[in-house]
Design a protein around this ligand. Structure first.
Ligand SMILES: C[S@@+](CC[C@H](N)C(=O)[O-])C[C@H]1O[C@@H](n2cnc3c(N)ncnc32)[C@H](O)[C@@H]1O
Length: 274
């Protein structure tokens, strides 16, 4: 499963680069929450895990000054390259780009002041191991700012289509215990994992976001660029059935129609822990 997840993310890197600006705009409230709560200081060393295109960390880098350092990391080398290109476009200089598997972080104990991880831990086969590794590399008193997705029902922007494809037998239902978008949706479960990893001071907050799409085709194009499992399933569906699914999506999205577009809500669970 680990190998398949890795290969899926390597393959998705170009789509995430194409969609970088749109993803960043939509998820900005989560980025802002994480950066504010992490409250990095000039001179700090901050590690971003599962950084993808890296924008959350690059905002932090601007607050670290010349003496501070951002380690922007992802386990996918192709994603690290996306982050490298974005940092150079932004002119971020106090950043080091690294390939890091969050479940086995190749850094010394107590070596960073803060860790950021937005929409990463729930996609890892062993989030408990990743959180324990995070705690290990954090200096005493160092903070972790993370975000995951709340339950499917609170994330119609992605869950509606997933349910539809599972219902048609075109996508496998989520496997119990397997990584997935909603596996850390429960505040109690996440708090338990953070406690086990050794975090003693934990605060959480829901952060709403809103995904805007002109029409079903635009939603599909974004989903095919960024959603590995969806894209794989979609490619295997014959054209006629795709047309039927599009019609079903239009019906399911109708309650979210606003001024000729769709505004599909999403809800993240953000946490600050030390
Ligand atoms: C949903 S994307 C989030 C990207 C970015 N943090 C954001 O919020 O836009 C998840 C990222 O996690 C990375 N990832 C998945 N498993 C990982 C692991 N075990 N260690 C490090 N990165 C991982 C993927 O390569 C991908 O870039």
């Amino acid at each position: 499963m680990r190998r398949a997840t890795f290969e899926a993310w390597e393959a998705m890197a170009p789509g995430w680069e194409r969609r970088r600006e749109q993803i960043d705009e939509i998820t900005a409230p989560v980025r802002e929450w994480l950066v504010r709560e992490l409250a990095p200081k000039p001179g700090d060393t901050i590690l971003e895990l599962a950084a993808g295109p890296g924008d959350t960390g690059f905002e932090v880098a601007a607050l670290l000054g010349e003496s501070g350092r951002l380690i922007s990391s992802d386990f996918s080398p192709a994603m690290v390259d996306v982050g490298r290109r974005r940092a150079s476009e932004l002119g971020v200089r106090n950043v080091e780009h690294r390939v890091v598997d969050a479940e086995r972080i190749e850094l010394e104990d107590d070596s960073v002041d803060g860790v950021l991880c937005r929409f990463g831990y729930m996609l890892m086969p062993e989030p408990a191991a990743a959180l324990a590794e995070t705690r290990r590399v954090l200096r005493p008193g160092g903070r972790l700012a993370l975000a995951v997705w709340r339950e499917a029902e609170r994330n119609p922007w992605v869950a509606i289509a997933g349910r539809l494809l599972v219902g048609r037998g075109r996508m496998p239902p989520p496997e119990p215990g397997a990584p997935g978008m909603f596996v850390l949706a429960s505040e109690e479960h996440l708090r338990g994992l953070l406690d086990e990893a050794g975090f003693t001071d934990v605060r959480m907050e829901d952060v709403p976001v809103r995904f805007e799409y002109r029409d079903v085709d635009e939603w599909l194009s974004a989903a095919n660029d960024t959603g590995g499992a969806f894209a794989k399933a979609w490619q295997e569906i014959p054209e006629e059935e795709q047309a039927a699914i599009k019609a079903e999506l239009a019906v399911a999205f109708a309650p979210f129609a606003v001024d000729g577009s769709y505004e599909l809500p999403g809800l993240a669970l953000a946490a600050i822990a030390s």
